[in-house]
Design a protein. Structure first.
Lengths: 116, 115
Protein backbone atom coordinates (compact mmCIF):
# COMPACT_ATOMS: atom_id res chain seq x y z
CA UNK A 1 0.00 0.00 0.00
CA UNK A 2 1.19 3.52 -0.76
CA UNK A 3 0.28 4.78 2.69
CA UNK A 4 -1.67 7.94 3.39
CA UNK A 5 -1.32 10.39 0.52
CA UNK A 6 -1.59 14.13 0.95
CA UNK A 7 -1.53 16.89 -1.61
CA UNK A 8 -0.14 19.35 -2.12
CA UNK A 9 3.03 18.89 -0.05
CA UNK A 10 3.61 22.61 0.04
CA UNK A 11 1.17 25.45 -0.45
CA UNK A 12 1.89 29.15 -0.42
CA UNK A 13 -1.03 31.50 -0.71
CA UNK A 14 -2.03 35.02 0.10
CA UNK A 15 -4.27 36.07 2.92
CA UNK A 16 -7.93 35.89 1.97
CA UNK A 17 -7.52 33.12 -0.56
CA UNK A 18 -9.24 29.77 -0.32
CA UNK A 19 -7.02 26.79 0.42
CA UNK A 20 -7.95 23.15 -0.10
CA UNK A 21 -5.86 20.33 1.31
CA UNK A 22 -6.44 16.78 0.15
CA UNK A 23 -6.01 13.38 1.68
CA UNK A 24 -6.32 9.82 0.48
CA UNK A 25 -6.38 7.35 3.38
CA UNK A 26 -5.05 3.83 3.31
CA UNK A 27 -7.52 1.58 1.53
CA UNK A 28 -9.85 -0.19 3.95
CA UNK A 29 -9.27 2.17 6.85
CA UNK A 30 -12.50 3.31 8.48
CA UNK A 31 -11.16 6.31 10.35
CA UNK A 32 -9.61 9.49 9.02
CA UNK A 33 -8.07 12.25 11.13
CA UNK A 34 -6.92 15.79 10.35
CA UNK A 35 -4.23 17.33 12.56
CA UNK A 36 -2.47 20.68 12.57
CA UNK A 37 1.11 21.14 13.79
CA UNK A 38 2.54 24.49 14.83
CA UNK A 39 5.51 25.47 16.94
CA UNK A 40 3.31 27.18 19.48
CA UNK A 41 0.55 24.62 19.91
CA UNK A 42 2.18 21.38 18.80
CA UNK A 43 0.00 18.71 17.20
CA UNK A 44 -3.72 19.35 17.48
CA UNK A 45 -6.56 17.14 16.35
CA UNK A 46 -8.92 19.17 14.18
CA UNK A 47 -11.57 16.64 13.16
CA UNK A 48 -12.02 12.96 12.55
CA UNK A 49 -14.36 10.82 10.47
CA UNK A 50 -15.70 7.31 10.83
CA UNK A 51 -17.01 5.71 7.65
CA UNK A 52 -17.07 9.13 6.00
CA UNK A 53 -19.15 10.69 8.79
CA UNK A 54 -17.65 13.48 10.92
CA UNK A 55 -17.51 12.28 14.52
CA UNK A 56 -15.80 15.07 16.40
CA UNK A 57 -15.02 18.49 14.95
CA UNK A 58 -14.47 20.24 18.25
CA UNK A 59 -10.88 20.91 17.30
CA UNK A 60 -11.74 22.93 14.24
CA UNK A 61 -10.55 26.41 15.14
CA UNK A 62 -13.35 28.45 13.57
CA UNK A 63 -15.94 28.61 10.83
CA UNK A 64 -13.31 29.38 8.24
CA UNK A 65 -12.29 25.73 8.47
CA UNK A 66 -14.38 22.95 6.98
CA UNK A 67 -13.72 19.31 6.21
CA UNK A 68 -15.51 16.79 4.06
CA UNK A 69 -15.20 13.14 3.25
CA UNK A 70 -17.37 12.44 0.21
CA UNK A 71 -16.22 8.83 -0.04
CA UNK A 72 -13.99 6.32 1.68
CA UNK A 73 -10.94 7.22 -0.34
CA UNK A 74 -10.90 11.01 -0.24
CA UNK A 75 -11.11 13.87 2.21
CA UNK A 76 -10.59 17.61 1.99
CA UNK A 77 -9.80 20.28 4.52
CA UNK A 78 -10.72 23.74 3.32
CA UNK A 79 -9.82 27.12 4.75
CA UNK A 80 -11.79 30.08 3.45
CA UNK A 81 -10.63 32.79 3.78
CA UNK A 82 -7.10 31.92 4.85
CA UNK A 83 -5.13 34.02 7.34
CA UNK A 84 -1.41 34.16 8.18
CA UNK A 85 -2.06 32.45 11.52
CA UNK A 86 -3.26 29.39 9.63
CA UNK A 87 0.32 28.75 8.52
CA UNK A 88 1.19 25.28 9.80
CA UNK A 89 1.79 21.73 8.73
CA UNK A 90 -1.46 19.84 8.28
CA UNK A 91 -1.40 16.09 8.68
CA UNK A 92 -3.92 13.52 7.65
CA UNK A 93 -3.95 10.10 9.34
CA UNK A 94 -6.04 6.97 8.98
CA UNK A 95 -6.62 3.87 11.05
CA UNK A 96 -8.32 0.57 10.46
CA UNK A 97 -10.90 0.50 13.22
CA UNK A 98 -10.11 1.86 16.66
CA UNK A 99 -13.51 0.88 17.98
CA UNK A 100 -12.85 -0.98 21.20
CA UNK A 101 -9.12 -0.84 20.68
CA UNK A 102 -6.44 1.58 19.75
CA UNK A 103 -5.39 0.73 16.26
CA UNK A 104 -2.36 2.51 14.97
CA UNK A 105 -2.91 5.78 13.19
CA UNK A 106 -0.86 6.03 10.02
CA UNK A 107 0.17 9.53 9.12
CA UNK A 108 0.68 11.12 5.75
CA UNK A 109 3.72 13.29 5.01
CA UNK A 110 1.80 16.48 5.69
CA UNK A 111 1.04 19.68 3.79
CA UNK A 112 3.11 22.70 4.75
CA UNK A 113 0.84 25.72 4.39
CA UNK A 114 2.20 29.25 4.31
CA UNK A 115 -0.26 32.13 4.22
CA UNK A 116 1.36 35.46 3.36
CA UNK B 1 -8.88 17.57 31.13
CA UNK B 2 -6.70 15.04 29.41
CA UNK B 3 -3.18 16.18 28.67
CA UNK B 4 0.28 14.95 27.87
CA UNK B 5 3.44 16.66 29.07
CA UNK B 6 6.89 16.17 27.65
CA UNK B 7 9.10 18.19 29.99
CA UNK B 8 12.18 18.25 27.75
CA UNK B 9 11.93 20.36 24.62
CA UNK B 10 15.38 19.45 23.34
CA UNK B 11 17.86 16.74 24.35
CA UNK B 12 21.35 16.07 23.01
CA UNK B 13 22.87 12.63 23.46
CA UNK B 14 26.19 11.26 22.33
CA UNK B 15 26.09 8.46 19.81
CA UNK B 16 26.21 5.15 21.65
CA UNK B 17 24.92 6.60 24.91
CA UNK B 18 21.61 5.64 26.47
CA UNK B 19 18.49 7.70 26.05
CA UNK B 20 15.40 8.38 28.13
CA UNK B 21 12.63 10.71 26.98
CA UNK B 22 10.08 11.65 29.58
CA UNK B 23 6.32 11.67 29.21
CA UNK B 24 3.65 12.35 31.81
CA UNK B 25 -0.07 12.15 31.20
CA UNK B 26 -3.24 13.25 32.87
CA UNK B 27 -6.20 11.01 32.19
CA UNK B 28 -8.94 9.73 34.46
CA UNK B 29 -9.30 6.26 33.05
CA UNK B 30 -6.84 3.58 32.00
CA UNK B 31 -4.73 5.24 29.36
CA UNK B 32 -3.77 4.02 25.95
CA UNK B 33 -0.29 5.39 25.38
CA UNK B 34 1.80 5.86 22.29
CA UNK B 35 5.19 7.09 21.19
CA UNK B 36 5.61 8.44 17.68
CA UNK B 37 8.74 9.66 15.90
CA UNK B 38 8.87 12.37 13.24
CA UNK B 39 11.90 12.78 11.03
CA UNK B 40 12.41 16.16 9.35
CA UNK B 41 9.87 16.76 6.62
CA UNK B 42 8.12 13.49 7.30
CA UNK B 43 4.90 12.34 8.89
CA UNK B 44 4.72 10.56 12.22
CA UNK B 45 5.65 6.93 12.60
CA UNK B 46 4.52 4.75 15.48
CA UNK B 47 7.35 3.46 17.67
CA UNK B 48 5.29 1.56 20.23
CA UNK B 49 2.02 1.54 22.10
CA UNK B 50 0.64 0.38 25.42
CA UNK B 51 -2.88 -0.91 25.96
CA UNK B 52 -2.68 -3.18 28.99
CA UNK B 53 -0.70 -6.07 30.41
CA UNK B 54 3.08 -5.98 30.66
CA UNK B 55 4.09 -2.47 31.58
CA UNK B 56 7.35 -2.70 29.65
CA UNK B 57 6.61 -2.38 25.95
CA UNK B 58 9.03 -3.12 23.14
CA UNK B 59 8.88 -1.15 19.93
CA UNK B 60 10.65 -0.76 16.65
CA UNK B 61 14.22 0.46 16.15
CA UNK B 62 15.30 -0.85 19.56
CA UNK B 63 13.07 1.44 21.59
CA UNK B 64 11.13 0.47 24.69
CA UNK B 65 8.84 2.30 27.09
CA UNK B 66 7.64 1.60 30.60
CA UNK B 67 4.20 2.48 31.89
CA UNK B 68 4.19 3.52 35.54
CA UNK B 69 0.68 4.16 36.75
CA UNK B 70 1.80 5.51 40.13
CA UNK B 71 3.85 8.19 38.40
CA UNK B 72 1.48 8.75 35.45
CA UNK B 73 4.49 8.29 33.22
CA UNK B 74 5.36 6.49 30.01
CA UNK B 75 9.05 7.18 29.42
CA UNK B 76 10.78 6.11 26.24
CA UNK B 77 14.21 4.48 26.41
CA UNK B 78 16.93 3.19 24.16
CA UNK B 79 20.16 1.63 25.44
CA UNK B 80 22.41 2.89 22.66
CA UNK B 81 21.51 5.80 20.42
CA UNK B 82 22.43 5.91 16.74
CA UNK B 83 22.89 9.08 14.69
CA UNK B 84 19.80 8.12 12.67
CA UNK B 85 17.67 8.44 15.82
CA UNK B 86 17.91 12.23 15.61
CA UNK B 87 14.29 13.31 15.20
CA UNK B 88 11.33 14.68 17.09
CA UNK B 89 9.52 12.34 19.45
CA UNK B 90 5.91 12.63 20.48
CA UNK B 91 4.10 10.96 23.32
CA UNK B 92 0.33 10.63 22.99
CA UNK B 93 -2.64 9.37 24.97
CA UNK B 94 -5.59 7.76 23.21
CA UNK B 95 -9.04 8.81 24.31
CA UNK B 96 -11.37 5.94 23.70
CA UNK B 97 -15.07 6.61 23.43
CA UNK B 98 -17.98 4.98 21.69
CA UNK B 99 -17.07 6.57 18.41
CA UNK B 100 -13.44 5.66 18.31
CA UNK B 101 -10.09 6.89 19.44
CA UNK B 102 -8.60 10.35 19.26
CA UNK B 103 -5.01 11.06 20.17
CA UNK B 104 -3.84 13.89 22.40
CA UNK B 105 -0.19 14.64 21.72
CA UNK B 106 2.51 16.18 23.84
CA UNK B 107 4.49 19.12 22.45
CA UNK B 108 7.35 16.83 21.46
CA UNK B 109 11.02 16.41 22.34
CA UNK B 110 13.70 17.06 19.75
CA UNK B 111 16.58 14.63 19.97
CA UNK B 112 19.98 15.60 18.65
CA UNK B 113 22.78 13.03 18.47
CA UNK B 114 26.37 14.17 18.72
CA UNK B 115 29.34 12.19 17.45
Amino acid sequence: DAGVIQSPRHEVTEMGQEVTLRCKPISGHDYLFWYRQTMMRGLELLIYFNNNVPIDDSGMPEDRFSAKMPNASFSTLKIQPSEPRDSAVYFCASSLNPQGSTDTQYFGPGTRLTVL
Amino acid sequence: AQSVTQPDIHITVSEGASLELRCNYSYGATPYLFWYVQSPGQGLQLLLKYFSGDTLVQGIKGFEAEFKRSQSSFNLRKPSVHWSDAAEYFCAVGLLNQAGTALIFGKGTTLSVSS
